[in-house]
Design a protein around this ligand. Structure first.
Ligand code: UD1
Ligand code: CA
Length: 456
């Protein structure tokens, strides 16, 4: 079925106390509205129209995409007025589904069930123990919906109703303009309420049906930082449960944060307090130690990432050992069975199979061959203050401790570099190269003594 999706996102979100428009605050690392847009896409929305307003152009600038049109609502005169701004962008033949930019967890399945029933108006409702703040669904004696009343306009009896309006509705597009044209703002908030469309549809002889959400969290909106934090925990709990059900071992499902798309092979184990951002792919038998942050990373089978390791935009081969306390920066590719140890930073470098840098090193803008050993304290000096240069370390090289490799420089295959060397010229293959700083022992030297003031 062809559908138009309208996402209302012009409101200010006063209770967020922020300069950022509410819908751009992040849930699981992505703006609230990005979750809603993803849901709209999952439904196969032909057109997505986002109604924005508060916060100027930030929403269209952030969410720009070829399948989204933006309609500006200025000033913001209510949800009915907001939908009016979208009218020029709706295709008349398709049903229009209204979503809220600040209700991020509603599932495509729930909306799909709603859309299956459209031949009229369908309102998504929820039964809440604590309905305060929501519009109430008013029904007649035969249980038919008669109207939606906002809490601020509700009578005492109406306030006792526990069935609430989620705000999400499906509408016959051809009828919308006529109904919205009749909206009045004679209510406690002086706004044009979209909810009044229900009574107008009924008066027009159009059926109004409801679908109830099975899970109350689906319709929870974000109005404050407290609610945002609650939804974040809900989201993360669900993400963790999905992983457990797929067979991923989590030391504690409450202490994992997935902010993006995580794909795991079999027998993956993740220890506590890990943050996985963007697209993260973990091969079979990968182990992630405690307190690691991984962002846009691919990790090969059997690799172990030791605690407190930070990896950003990198590809790690199979059977590697990285960390503890390692930092792998963008553009890095590690081959199979590479060891990167504590306090080693690797940036924009390729390190081929079986090579090791186990302690305190910086490997930047480098091409490192196979079976290379990089000693503790070795630094590639890739930056001359203006430009960056490459260091090439060929296969089977052994670099002693505390070596500076001043790029551009090449260390030939099988070369050995002596400890403490400062290498500024290419080192030939198969040879020992070192720089001399001779050891001197000074005879008769005495360590200075602290002067003691003599007492009078
Ligand atoms: C609305 C519903 C209420 C429902 C509740 C569910 C109306 C009149 N009331 O109330 O029945 O129970 O949502 O969460 O519709 N927006 C605009 N332009 C505006 C005003 C709002 O785009 O002029 C957008 C907001 O950005 C937000 C959504 O519409 O995404 C809801 O607005 P909000 O002010 O939060 O409505 P509620 O008072 O919560
Ligand atoms: Ca709201």
């Amino acid at each position: 079925m062809a559908i138009n999706v309208v996402i209302l996102a012009a409101g200010q979100g006063k209770r967020m106390y922020s300069r950022r428009p509410k819908v751009l605050h992040e849930l699981a690392g992505r703006p609230l509205i990005a979750h809603v847009i993803e849901t709209a896409r999952a439904l196969g929305a032909g057109r997505i129209c986002v109604v924005y307003g508060h916060g100027g152009e930030q929403v269209p600038q952030t969410m720009k995409s070829p399948d989204i049109v933006f309609a500006r609502q200025e000033p913001q005169l209510g949800t009915g007025h907001a939908l009016q701004q979208a009218l020029p962008h709706l295709s008349a033949a398709a049903t229009t589904l209204v979503l809220y930019g600040d209700v991020p967890l509603v599932r495509p399945e729930t909306l799909g069930a709603m859309l299956d029933r459209t031949k009229g108006v369908v309102v998504l409702t929820a039964e809440l123990d604590e309905p305060t703040g929501y519009g109430r669904i008013v029904r007649d004696k035969t249980d038919r919906v008669t109207k939606i009343v906002e809490e601020k306009d509700a009578s005492k009896a109406e306030r006792k109703i526990r069935e609430v309006n989620t705000g999400i509705m499906a509408l016959p597009t051809r009828k919308i303009a006529g109904w919205l044209g009749k909206l009045k703002n004679h209510n406690s908030q002086g706004e044009y309420y979209l909810t009044d469309i229900v009574a107008l549809a009924l008066a027009d002889g159009v059926a109004v049906k409801t679908t109830k959400t099975r899970e109350a969290w689906e319709m929870m909106g974000v109005n404050s930082k407290t609610q945002l934090a609650q939804l974040e925990r809900l989201y993360q709990a669900q993400a963790a449960n999905r992983l457990l059900e797929q067979g991923v071992s989590l030391a504690d499902p409450l202490r994992l944060d997935v902010r993006g798309q995580l794909t795991c092979g079999t027998d993956v184990r993740i220890d506590i307090n890990c943050v996985l951002e963007g697209k993260v792919t973990l091969g079979a038998d990968v182990e992630i130690g405690a307190n690691c942050v991984l962002r846009n990373v691919e990790i090969g089978a059997g690799t172990r990432i030791e605690p407190f390791t930070h990896i950003d935009e990198a590809v790690i081969g199979a059977g590697c050992r990285v960390g503890p306390y390692a930092r792998i920066r963008p553009g890095t590719r590690l081959g199979e069975d590479v060891h990167i140890g504590n306090f080693v930073e690797v940036k924009n470098s390729e390190v081929a199979a079986h090579s090791k840098a186990n302690h305190l090193a910086y490997v930047g803008d480098s091409t490192v061959g196979r079976n290379v050993n990089i000693g503790a304290g070795t630094i590639t000096c890739n930056y001359d203050g203006a430009n960056k240069h490459r260091t090439v370390i060929e296969d089977d090289v052994h670099i002693g401790s505390d070596v500076q490799l001043v790029a551009p420089v090449t260390i030939g295959k099988g070369a050995t570099i002596g400890a403490g060397a400062t290498i500024t010229k290419d080192a030939p293959p198969g040879k020992l190269t070192f720089t001399k700083a001779e050891q001197v022992t000074k005879p008769g030297w005495q360590r200075p003594q602290k002067k003691v003031r003599s007492e009078k």
